[in-house]
Design a protein around this ligand. Sequence first.
Ligand SMILES: Cc1cc2nc3c(=O)[nH]c(=O)nc-3n(C[C@H](O)[C@H](O)[C@H](O)COP(=O)(O)OP(=O)(O)OC[C@H]3O[C@@H](n4cnc5c(N)ncnc54)[C@H](O)[C@@H]3O)c2cc1C
Length: 411
Amino acid sequence: MASFPRRRRRRAVIIGGSMSGLFTAAFLHRIGWDIDVFERSPVELVGRGAGITTHPELLEALEKSGAGTRDLGIELEKRITIDRQGRVIGERLLRQIVTSWDRLQRLLRDTVDPAHYHLGQTFERVEQDGHSVRIHFADGRIERADLLVGADGIRSGVRAQVAPEVQPIYAGYYIWRGTPNESDLAPQTLGSIFPHFVFFLPERQQVIGYPIAGFDNDLRPGHRRYNFIWYRVGDAKTLKDMCVDENGRQHKYSVPPTLIRKDFIAQMRADAEGIMPAAFLDCLRNIERPFFTPIRDFCAPRIVFGRVALVGDAGSSSRPHMGFGVSKAAGDAQRLADALDAYDDVDAALADYNAVRQPIGEHVMLHGRKVGAYLGVGLKTDEDRRMWKLLQDHEAMMDWIAVPNFLAAYR
Ligand SMILES: Cc1cc2nc3c(=O)[nH]c(=O)nc-3n(C[C@H](O)[C@H](O)[C@H](O)COP(=O)(O)OP(=O)(O)OC[C@H]3O[C@@H](n4cnc5c(N)ncnc54)[C@H](O)[C@@H]3O)c2cc1C
């Protein structure tokens, strides 16, 4: 009987222990690769980010990766748009599960053997010889593998080494965010906006809210939180000023929530009093420590560099209007594993991964810019202006923001 040579067991080192790193670890493990995840944070990743809208692609990847979808989140039935007086001026029936970053992290973290998830390990540089990689960490540790996966986010250090020219671009707007506790909100807020995906759309601003699980994934009524997001336009100079912290230190990209200047927060709260409906004001007043995130996007022209592959936000990141970042990360990880499973030749598999996923990342980024036209920043072409006009109608906004299956037309 003819015997076929068995494939040598292969090893991937994954930099970044968040969404895309964990998805990659789960999928590669399932095709028989040895994996090790190296995360810079010295402590478990909890309490990061807030609400995450889900898409069919994400639910499928959670099931196929072995993470599953148990107690994933809250299923919403509809979207509404309200006006300044809190009156409902538009409504869409749309079932959608909204979850939280913490819940996803927990489900995915459980798929990885703790012995292969290393906290407090900061990637420094990689060398490659065509068949393998040698990875250096800040503490002097060196690891060898067949593949290095950069899953280290929008400011990826892996990408900085293989494609230093690729830099995220500030969109010209930022968001204030926070998650008030359900138990702190007024009965009127709970009865009006709390159960729904809600839009409030003053000129060149956008307020969005939806319920998410409470502390420790508590989904019981009375124990949940509300995900509050307020988009505001601000030029590069405004952002630079906002990036000076409470101690007068200038930050390059953003400011840690605890260091955001109190005068900015006070000004933001005062501005809100002048424009927002009572229910959203109630949310904001119950956010003890609101924080801001500048909106940036980019797409690397390649996501494979020899034996280095980028996944998730390291390869491309879009403006968050579609709520698709984690779904995109999951799709990258899934395709990378599918390709490595289908091809014996790692380089052929990586070429396949690049050919399929890079254009998707680019498409998602461009789609995010389209939806972001609502805010009226940097409208250059007739198409930009057409989108801007279309989205001034709140009915259109409910059809474009974070809707499932927006990629179907592209495929
Ligand atoms: C305001 C906002 C709202 C969003 N809403 C949604 C939503 O509703 N739905 C959705 O799907 N997505 C949403 N996203 C996007 C989503 O959060 C990201 O796409 C997702 O977190 C990307 O995951 P990642 O693992 O690629 O990167 P990250 O989550 O950024 O993780 C990168 C990890 O790498 C680690 N790391 C970095 N450098 C090193 C190093 N040198 N060595 C070792 N480790 C390192 C970091 O500590 C971090 O843990 C939103 C984003 C924003 C900003």
